[in-house]
Design a protein around this ligand. Sequence first.
Ligand code: DP6
Length: 339
Amino acid sequence: MTAIGRARAHTNIALIKYWGKRDKALFLPMNSSLSLTLDAFYTDTQVIFDEALTEDQFVLNGQNQTDSEVIKISQFLDLFRRAFKETRRAQVLSYNFVPTAAGLASSASAFAALAMAVNQALGLGLDRETLSTYARRGSGSSTRSLFGGFVEWDMGTTSENSVAQPVDDADWDVGMIVIAINTSKKTVSSRIGMDHTVSTSPFYEAWKESAKHDLVAIKEAILARDFQTVGQITEHNGMKMHATTLSANPPFTYFEPETLRVQNLVRQIREVTGLSAYMTMDAGPNVKVLCRASEMERLVAELAKDFPNDKIITSLPGQAAYCLTEEEWRESERRFYDD
Ligand code: DP6
């Protein structure tokens, strides 16, 4: 007997960052966070639970994955197997539609797509919030990819209520530009970086406190569609997160010389042209610019004067994760190999 599920989830970029865990095993965060789901980047996943399989398999972008990657997927599937008394092993096939040039981590979309696909395969009927608690156990940022638009991940008090919730569907004048500086694998993963910061930065408590206030303020601004305030809070919050890495012991930074150059460029464009552009960086050197969708083209033209065009990728807000039909899945496979 086999059971099949297929789903698509988009990636998200945090405007209020998740940075630190209070429980590493359960992926409970130190602070609540908020993100924008992006339309341009997503993961499509098919899962087949099959009696005939003796072990889990994981094929990503057409390539069999190493043991350590399979173990991560296996442990994730175990969460469902334990909760729903499922004994079958599974084959997981995934395609990441994240331009390599974007240098974006795909774990956010990956676990959200897998949670959704498992829900369908096993006919569990779990709602998005509950699925977000499963996705969370694969990778924290994945919690937020179950929903579209602006999404909050409420830190909660237990594993059951540390969930994602939609804040606003972002169907107004909002967009994001990714400026890819270096797309090679990061030297300090977000997981290691946040743990090290929590345990050694004397500024960590201040970060937590500050993120709490930023979250309240940004939600208000989002609901009021006050773009400037959303942008200012985003930029300040990201910089505060990065300030904790500089104050960790030993200190480290995700910024590269080129990151600083692009930051200056964005500030300069903002001042000279009056275009709205606010930057944020994650656990890597690439710069993401929150902007108005209606100004995106002009912004790209400005950026392209100083930065190669093929390293500038634009996106509009993305929708919530959803199940794919067999036909959509086949189409997606075809597209992956054609591109
Ligand atoms: C800087 O979700 O990748 O992007 O939970 O350990 O898998 P794990 O970490 P991950 O961390 C993301 C950190 C961030 C900020 C954010 O997305 O909120």
